[in-house]
Design a binder for this molecule. Structure first.
Ligand code: DGL
Length: 290
């Protein structure tokens, strides 16, 4: 089980922001990444439909690759399906919402914080609930502004990260968080770290951007090392031994990355390499019709 790969999935390219961080943080681990580009975007879809996709992908990664852990590298899918996955699959499941919220509350000085995400994520109320819960746990109080940002994901999926158009869209969509004078902005969509330069330009250098993707990667590293996991459902710490999770024992091992796409594999290879800053050598085709 130590040598089994970690399964990671997103609707498209966004989860590569987590994969990139994991390559640095746990270089010995084999990673299998599935971008569901044939069914992207998830953001505007009903949560029930996203739930079905998430379960199908998790089952696929477990059956085909015997993964030891599933990383739901998508906020929309985490908001829709984390609890369902935790209850129905035999390996540990990590979402991207909790770690980002914890970091945001640690970083803020003024207590005025913002979260941006897809329409599905923001309207699910998952961040609003998690912030309330974290506030109670930490005994702090914050003023939260949540903002859906339709359109950002499409720019990333086109590889358009710094254009004038994306800048103009950011100026319009970030207005509520700017007006509410947040000092910390959580990027509650794994696609958004690829737009960080544009977002920082628009919101100003005084606002700290927190990435749900990067914070989750740190959490996964700690889980692999500590063998403990924060259970979303029971809110208790339990040992991963019961689900047989551990890191590869030999620190000199260099892990591999395997990429799968349910859409255009050539586009995945080219844009994925550009976004990752690492050469993707090949992409396997996934077909949900089989
Ligand atoms: N990367 C996904 C997320 O974190 C969203 C992309 C989509 O709308 O498909 O929410």
């Amino acid at each position: 089980m130590d040598d089994a790969p970690i399964g990671i999935f997103d609707s498209g390219f966004g989860g590569l922001s987590i994969l990139r961080a994991l390559v640095d943080l746990v270089p010995g681990e084999d990673l299998v990444y599935l971008g569901d580009t044939g069914r992207y975007p998830y953001g505007p879809r009903p949560l029930e439909e996203v739930r079905g996709f998430a379960l199908e992908i998790a089952d696929y990664l477990i059956e085909r690759f015997s993964v030891k852990m599933i990383v739901v590298a998508c906020n929309t899918a985490s908001a829709a399906a984390l609890e369902l996955l935790e209850n129905s699959i035999p390996v540990p499941v990590i979402g991207v919402i909790d770690a980002g919220v914890r970091a945001m509350l640690q970083v803020t000085r003024s207590g005025r914080v913002g979260v941006i995400g897809t329409v599905g994520t923001v309207s699910s109320g998952a961040y609003q609930r998690q912030v309330l819960k974290a506030q109670n746990d930490l005994g702090t109080e914050v003023s939260l502004t949540c903002c859906a940002c339709p359109g950002f994901v499409e720019f990333v999926e086109r590889g358009e990260l710094h254009s004038e158009q994306v800048h103009i869209l950011a100026e319009r969509l970030l207005k509520p968080v700017i007006e509410n004078r947040v000092d910390t902005l959580l990027l509650g969509c794994t696609h958004y770290p690829f737009l960080a330069r544009t977002l920082q330009d628009v919101i100003g250098s005084g606002v700290v951007l927190v990435s749900s993707a990067e914070e989750s990667a740190f959490e996964i590293r700690d889980l692999l090392l500590d063998k403990t996991i924060h259970s979303h459902k029971t809110e208790a710490l339990f040992s991963l031994e019961s689900k047989s999770l551990s890191t590869r024992p030999d620190p000199n091992l260099v892990g591999t990355q395997t990429y799968l796409s349910s859409g255009n594999t050539v586009k995945f290879k080219n844009l994925g390499s550009q976004l990752l800053g690492l050469e993707i050598e090949s992409v396997l085709q996934v077909s949900w019709d089989l």
